[in-house]
Ligand binder design. Structure first.
Ligand SMILES: *[C@@H]1O[C@H](CO)[C@@H](O)[C@H](O)[C@H]1NC(C)=O
Ligand SMILES: *[C@@H]1O[C@H](CO)[C@@H](O)[C@H](O)[C@H]1NC(C)=O
Length: 201
């Protein structure tokens, strides 16, 4: 009577071991797949495209170039459009600089701000050039362009940003926006045309 029950026990042990040793890799595999799938879904949802920048308007006042030194006050209206349906953007630090032939001539900074999804924000930026020393050939080109009534500049925005989806916050990264050329009229009150910018995250 004892031997059949003991043989049943002997069979039960290997079969439960067999199940357990098969279950662990399947559970691990399933978890890995689930993890990959959720990372992929999060990436699809937040794939942070759709930050669209344009310069809507630009002008310059007090333009004065003497002995390769420049004084000028620029005025730009920057339009930032967060096109994303789910992703909001936290801007930590924002620097806007104006350059001519690769030389930075003026810059302006911004307070951190939060941009909700599907939001348009316009900023007015007023970078100022105060006795900025220019290389001789740059000053010469600038003087020449100025005499034609307009100057072709590049406006660059550099910001530390983080994305926010619901309660989830992404790691912070650097956003670079380049708007070029931005044509401003020096000796008339004519407004600059809209310039579309390239965005790189
Ligand atoms: C620029 O402005 C400063 C005063 O802020 C003045 O001393 C300097 O001469 C000006 N430079 C030019 C080129 O006008
Ligand atoms: C965009 O967001 C800013 C800051 O949260 C807000 O002041 C502004 O009204 C929003 N603009 C639109 C068009 O919703």
């Amino acid at each position: 009577m004892a031997s059949p029950s003991s043989s049943a026990t002997m069979q039960a042990i290997p079969s439960s071991r067999w199940r357990l040793s098969n279950c662990i890799p399947i559970t691990i595999l399933f978890s890995v797949l689930l993890f990959c799938l959720s990372v992929f879904i999060v990436w699809l949802v937040i794939r942070p495209k759709g930050l669209v920048y344009t310069i809507e308007d630009g002008s310059v006042h007090g333009f004065d170039l003497k002995n390769n030194h420049l004084n000028a006050t620029f005025d730009f209206i920057l339009r930032s459009y967060n096109h994303n349906r789910k992703v909001s953007v936290n801007y930590d630090s924002i620097k806007v600089s104006v350059s001519y032939e690769g030389e930075t001539i003026a810059s302006d900074f911004f307070e951190p701000f939060f941009q909700p999804h599907r939001n348009v924000t316009r900023f007015e930026v007023k970078p100022v050039a105060r006795s900025v020393s220019l290389m001789e050939f740059v000053a010469r080109d600038l003087r020449l362009e100025k005499s034609s009534g307009k100057v072709r500049l590049a406006v660059e925005v550099k910001a530390r940003i983080g994305f926010k989806v619901g309660v989830w916050n992404s790691a912070h990264r650097t956003l670079r926006v380049l708007c070029s050329p931005v044509v401003v009229f020096v000796s008339s009150s004519e407004k600059a045309d809209r310039t579309f910018c390239n965005t790189d995250i």
